[in-house]
Design a protein around this ligand. Structure first.
Ligand SMILES: [Zn+2]
Length: 564
């Protein structure tokens, strides 16, 4: 722990754009450097060599609340990150807090309004169906059930894209259990991108699965085919180890025994994270990441926290075990990079947060937690608005969407007059529903600027604006009240995220590099700050306006770049 005053100075330097102290600067020089408007030349810290590898980690559904709850228990990889720069309040500032939009902000440095990834899925009237964020729907082989994976919807370049543009020798690699995570973090110009698909890791159609990925698949197959015993629950999990009825079944006590040959549920267990980390290390070796002076980027998105959260909620023994296992998996990953002597900077954040199953929240004293009223699903709204307006369509479904992202799309084929009638009726109907906190028309959102400033202060409308792209967003956007969870509980799915509330928006942001002194900054930062911060660290100069976020001066060596 550093003295409070030093932490404060570092924080001031990071946020005021004042030159911060580097690791090699003696304390006297630090004071001088931190003094405002000093006429004499400020002591320049020796510029640290560029890290050779950026390790960008996303923990799917890792809320700031989970981080706060479990950080005291971490002894593995998280413990190392806790010794670095700790921003416990990072914001996925936008409203539609889903996986695809969240991952799209992490390395582009811009909000979904600019990445174009406004939700996990959207209704496309031209295609006549719901389209997946990481799909090439123009490919005749692509369908809603089996999308052909593509990066075409991502409108902004990722850090890896920009690094390769600046120097083609830079390598850009991503791995995850989820295709959309690997695609959104690597972007348009990936040297390798892998995700888990039913049985083994796979990649873009037409690309070979490399020897490293094939080797990992053999190892993972062997594990699944053999089965594995239940995972241990650390003593600190005792408090949350209790059965809670949800729908017609219980959650809260499951321990992830691997049934031999059960590929179906493997990705809902901590073991899929271990496999993801192992593949990441194999790719480091296969591609020679972090070996030469040209920095590379390795994105690793660990998905199991999200699958565990959806299946079992966030406040049971399942999530506690997941946190312990993930801590160990991160430790293994860092140890592997250490063993290879790679100079890397690790950054960890999340695509969105999450909330527990409403049934357990109510038991724990949060009586306002509730399931979304079935009257707010798109089919029910279609019927109701048809009755209100007399407007009908051949398919019977007038409206699409109304899911976790809040977008509602009109069916194609309506006249402008009918469209207006339907939108007006829908807005009136939503506005008077007790579970709705805000209703916005696309035409109004389009007139607003994308918000800036402290994301804690953004209005609901501003959060919605940051998730809005007129080319893909719905005609109406509805935001539910705090604690309203869409969907009825079923085995494997008891809760979700996607709301504009801070349990879904707030995620930790942790940065660590060997030799860089740690500090904790409790004030809010944004996930769009990650890319400009890393860009400055590797000397990647991009024009003003490239990022929605700002550069955080974590080691005092990049104040000038941060000031750009
Ligand atoms: Zn997610």
């Amino acid at each position: 722990m550093m003295p409070a005053s030093r932490a404060m100075r570092l924080a001031l330097a990071a946020f005021g754009g004042v030159l911060a102290m580097g690791t090699a600067v003696p304390s006297g020089a630090q004071d001088q450097a931190a003094a405002p408007a000093a006429p004499q030349p400020a002591a320049q810290p020796a510029p640290a060599a560029k890290p050779r590898l950026i390790l960008a980690i996303s923990i799917d559904q890792f809320s700031a609340d989970l981080f706060a709850q479990y950080r005291q228990h971490f002894t593995g990889g998280f413990a190392r990150l806790l010794s670095g720069a700790v921003y416990p309040q990072g914001f996925q500032s936008h409203a539609a807090t889903e996986t695809c939009p969240g991952h799209s902000t992490l390395l582009t440095g811009v909000h979904p309004a600019r990445t174009g990834i406004i939700a996990n899925t959207w209704y496309d009237a031209k295609v006549g169906r719901v389209v997946y964020c990481a799909e090439d729907e123009r490919d005749p082989k692509s369908s809603a059930g089996q999308p052909v994976v593509s990066n075409r919807h991502l409108k902004a370049p990722t850090l890896g894209d920009l690094m390769k543009r600046a120097n083609p020798a830079a390598l850009n690699v991503a791995v995850s259990a989820k295709d959309r995570a690997a695609v959104m973090m690597s972007g348009h110009d990936a040297d390798a991108a892998y995700w888990w698909l039913g049985k083994g890791f796979t990649t873009y159609a037409g690309r070979p699965v490399s020897a490293a990925a094939t080797a990992q698949n053999v190892v993972t197959d062997k594990l699944i085919d053999a089965g594995a015993p239940a995972l241990p629950a650390p003593a600190w999990c005792q408090k949350v180890d209790r059965a809670v009825p949800v729908g017609g079944f219980s959650i809260g006590t499951y321990r992830f025994p691997q049934v031999a040959g059960d590929y179906k549920t493997f990705n809902r267990t901590p073991r899929v994270d271990a496999a993801t980390g192992e593949l990441a290390v194999r790719l480091v070796d296969e591609l020679g990441l972090g070996k030469d002076e040209v920095p590379d980027v390795l994105s690793v998105s660990f998905s199991a926290t999200d699958y565990v959260g959806h299946a079992y909620g966030t406040e049971g023994v399942e999530m506690c075990i997941q946190m312990a296992q993930l801590d160990a998996t991160l430790g293994t990953l860092f140890a592997a990079l250490d063993a290879r002597g790679i100079d890397y900077v690790a950054v960890l954040s999340a695509d969105h947060g999450g909330i527990d199953a409403p049934e357990r929240l109510v038991m724990d004293g949060f009586p306002t937690a509730q399931r979304l009223d079935a009257a707010l699903t798109d089919k029910a709204l279609s019927q109701a608005v048809s009755q209100d307006t007399g407007v009908t369509v051949k398919t019977g479904q007038l409206l699409y969407g109304a899911g976790a992202s809040g977008d509602v799309w009109l069916a194609p084929g309506l006249t402008p007059k009918q469209q207006k009638k339907v939108i007006d009726a829908l807005v009136v109907r939503l506005a008077r529903h007790p579970q709705i906190a805000g209703v916005y028309r696309a035409t109004d959102l389009a007139k607003l600027p994308v918000p800036k400033g402290d994301p804690q202060d953004w209005t609901l409308e501003q959060r919605t604006r940051a998730s809005f792209d007129p080319a893909v967003s719905g005609q109406v956007l509805m935001m539910t009240k705090r604690g309203v969870v869409p969907g009825e509980p079923r085995q494997g799915y008891t809760t979700t995220h996607g709301s504009p509330w801070d349990y879904d928006r707030r995620v930790p942001m942790l940065l660590w590099r060997k030799g860089v002194p740690g500090f904790e900054q409790p004030d809010p930062v944004e996930t769009v700050d990650i890319a400009p911060t890393l860009a400055a660290m590797i000397g990647l100069n991009e024009p003003l306006g490239t990022w929605d976020g700002r550069c955080l001066d974590i080691d005092g060596s990049q104040a000038d770049t941060c000031r750009r």
